[in-house]
Design a protein. Structure first.
Length: 310
């Protein structure tokens, strides 16, 4: 960022109180004053951090608060980091599911999380570090992370890729350095550890890291949950499973070519609950074969029925 922004930031800190919290107005007037283009808050934060490091300015909590965007993102104390697995076929043939070349099944390239994944070439390490960096630049705390892995049916991905992907997410969090300027992919240095040992090593390391993954969500289909998969998810460190349930009506599931019936959802829910996982359901009202009345009854059954109640 241009050095003209040194004075821009210094003026912003001193003039903040005169603008009674209207940061947008202040930014505009400072752009005019210093003849510079409108900076994003993330750019300002980056430059502000550099000035702090160089001891050219004193810390201003008020200024930092102004730079924070979408406070709600981390208001719970947990920063959500959503990452995407690479494009890979899905066993499902659901008629409503979009497909786009080179994108994971059911995701489109114009969605924010997908755009970020494309930027990182779907590399899990880079996705983790870039997201932490961006949250940090927007003023968010990133010491507690809820990691959400998206990209279709996780269970259908090759097991070796699953393990490597999750290991790299943990490594990305472990090696992230606050306020580091450029996050390059630190090459994975070959060790004598097997892939499973490497996963355990990174998980263990993360228990005392500055950026801890306190929750890990994986998404899958109910008919891919069995005792083996429950164990696999547990080994990967998964704490929450997002199940593609979509409807509680067998005729609707059949009409939409889901490839499984409601019995699979009931079974998967029981197995996951018994194993202590949190469960999220993906539900789709308005599917062909349903009506508003049926959808209403479906949600009632979902919240009232002990077989479901995610
Ligand atoms: S299972 Fe999910 S990702 Fe696969 S086709 Fe159906 S909706 Fe799409």
């Amino acid at each position: 960022m241009h050095s003209a922004y040194d004075n821009y930031i210094k003026s912003a800190i001193t003039e903040l109180s005169q603008h009674q919290g209207d940061f947008g107005k202040l930014k505009k007037s400072l752009c005019k004053k210093f003849g510079v283009p409108m900076p994003t808050n993330a750019n300002l934060r980056d430059h502000y951090n550099q000035l702090l490091e160089q001891k050219k300015i004193k810390r201003s909590e008020k200024f930092e608060k102004m730079l924070m965007s979408r406070l709600i993102r981390t208001q719970s104390g947990v920063a959500v980091v959503a990452v995407l697995t690479k494009s890979y076929p899905c066993p499902g043939k659901c008629i409503y599911c979009p497909s786009e070349k080179d994108m994971p099944k059911s995701y489109l390239s114009n969605e924010p999380a997908v755009m970020r994944a494309i930027d990182s070439q779907f590399d899990p390490y880079r996705q983790m570090q870039n997201r932490l960096r961006s949250l940090e630049l927007n003023g968010h705390q990133t010491d507690k992370i809820e990691l959400i892995v998206m990209g279709g049916t996780f269970s259908f991905l090759p097991k070796a890729y699953q393990k490597k992907f999750i290991t790299e997410c943990f490594r990305g969090a472990n090696e992230y350095k606050r306020s580091q300027k450029v996050h390059k992919v630190k090459k994975f240095i070959k060790t004598k550890r097997t892939p499973s040992e490497e996963l355990s090593y990174q998980q263990k390391k993360n228990e005392t890291a500055k950026h801890r993954i306190i929750g890990l969500t994986l998404e899958t289909r109910p008919d891919y949950i069995d005792a083996k998969e429950v164990l696999n998810f547990r080994n990967l460190g998964c704490t929450r499973v997002e199940l593609g349930v979509q409807s509680l009506y067998d005729d609707v599931l059949e009409l939409n070519k889901r490839g499984h019936l409601i019995a699979s959802t009931v079974e998967a829910t029981k197995m996951l609950k018994d194993a202590g996982f949190k469960i999220n359901y993906h539900m789709m009202p308005g599917l062909p074969g349903s009506t508003p009345k049926r959808d209403f009854e479906m949600f009632k059954a979902l919240f009232e029925g002990p077989k479901f109640q995610p």
